[in-house]
Ligand binder design. Sequence first.
Ligand code: SAH
Length: 216
Amino acid sequence: MKDSFVHKGKRKILVEYLREKIGILDENVLQAINEVPRHLFIQSIFEEFAYEDRAFPIAAQQTISHPSTVAEQTEILELKKDEKVLEIGTGCGYQTMVLMKMNALVHTIERQKDLFDYAKNKFRELNCRPKFQSFGDGFAGLPTFAPFDKILVTCGAENLPQELLHQLKIGGKMVIPLGKTDEQILYRFTKISENEIQKEEFGIYKFVPMLGDTKI
Ligand code: SAH
């Protein structure tokens, strides 16, 4: 599959939809979505729908998030150039690539080996690699690379993972969906000081669950 003028045209329409209908204001987020060829991250049978606001199945019973969810999560993260970010749940690598296009220093963790390998190949193919890609359990974070300016969790956890909070800088922000498996509330936690956390809510979503211990 190539990135053709048709794909680029569909991406522009998607970006306008995200701006007008979803209300995404951060031009850097919209620009990154405009640059990432989403159709190259999904199975070819879904190619013609790649720029619709839909989620699709990827390997290991996981899903690529809706473009609107990726855009909203990224906007809420308030990501700035050169910030050190940790993503939990690489999946097929689409969201990772959006973060990379925003010139963040991206570290990403995936617990499913199939998806870890898939994303690794994808990054190689598109010649755009994260700072660090890890196969492991996101609950543990990446202590050797901590602290992070931002942490983005792309799967739903029942409770706030304390270890991730530890790995956030003072002033850092973590965006994470929390709740039971059927639906979650998207939160942004800002670490005001070692003992003070500000919590903001951003509505109801449905993410795949954040699962414990790594399956190899
Ligand atoms: N950002 C991805 C979304 C993938 S869905 C994309 O753009 O495609 C969420 C991902 O989180 C899945 O790939 C799932 O395997 C992964 N995941 C679930 N629990 C995890 C954990 N404990 N640690 C790391 N990744 C996890």
